[in-house]
Design a protein around this ligand. Structure first.
Ligand code: HEM
Ligand SMILES: *[C@@H]1O[C@H](CO)[C@@H](O)[C@H](O)[C@H]1NC(C)=O
Length: 221
């Protein structure tokens, strides 16, 4: 029911049409546009970006170009969310259950954020997942948006699965508009999502020369 859940919440006119070059690779992807986003503020680091609308988070993923299938490498996740959203989550294996979840939320109005590594075996409150660790690179908040950028160690592979570095990989996402009760507690409970969805795209847009990537994650945070 993810489409039904999304439609009343998002302004339909805000949906961007998929770019022709970005054929969706997963039939479950109902909305959004994937693109390559390179940031001068990030020293030229490039990300695979997923954008749905002004009322949903934008997600950006970066990784080193030498990432090997089902191996351990760090990945960068950037989340930019409108201030109406109380938390945003990213599921590295494309579903709520049985894959690393990276969940982030603002902690107050001054730009602080809480980052939390989670795992769910059922579609209920995900528990803290120590198989992946998060290092916050930056977080900010202004009059319209909050944003968080993390490095995840442990999100590239889990069990006998991992990101697909050789073809389309499917991610999923979720967010809520209900307040997080104890936003300073990274192990605390948070409310169920108001919307969720998936997107699928080869990781190429987010691949970066190893040195550039390593310098970026070491320089910040
Ligand atoms: C309090 C925490 C949470 C609760 C109670 C919860 C509950 C649920 C339930 C009941 C569904 C099935 C609803 C349906 O299919 O219509 C669902 C689906 C889903 N949830 Fe959650 N969820 C929580 C947190 C999260 C988080 C943190 C993420 C991602 C980071 C997430 C991602 C998804 C996705 C992508 C789906 C679609 C179906 C799937 O892939 O499993 N959820 N959730
Ligand atoms: C507010 O923050 C967002 C996310 O970082 C950014 O895209 C936007 O340009 C900022 N707005 C202003 C007015 O600075």
């Amino acid at each position: 029911m993810r489409i039904a859940a999304l439609v009343p919440f998002l302004s339909v006119s805000a949906f961007a049409a998929p770019a022709e070059s970005d054929a969706h690779h997963d039939k479950r992807q109902a909305y959004g546009v994937t693109s390559k986003y390179c940031s001068t503020a990030s020293g030229g680091l490039c990300y695979l970006q997923y954008y749905v609308s002004q009322t949903a988070p934008t997600y950006r993923v970066a990784l080193p170009s030498d990432a090997a299938q089902n191996s351990a490498y760090d990945v960068v996740l950037q989340v930019i969310a409108p201030n109406s959203l109380t938390w945003a989550g990213f599921a590295w294996g494309g579903s709520m259950i049985q894959n690393p979840l990276t969940v982030v939320w603002p902690n107050g109005n001054s730009g602080q954020a809480t980052t939390s590594s989670r795992w769910a075996n059922s579609r209920s409150q995900p528990t803290v997942y120590s198989g992946a660790t998060l290092k916050s690179l930056s977080s900010s908040r202004n009059g319209t948006h909050w944003s968080v950028e993390v490095v995840c160690t442990g999100c590239s592979k889990w069990n006998n699965k991992g990101l697909n570095v050789n073809g389309p990989t499917t991610f999923s996402w979720a967010f809520s508009t209900t307040a997080v009760q104890n936003p300073g507690n990274s192990a605390g409970n948070f409310p169920v999502h108001t919307s969720s969805g998936v997107f699928s795209q080869p990781l190429d847009y987010g691949k970066n020369a190893k040195t550039l990537f390593t310098n970026y994650i070491n320089k910040k945070g």
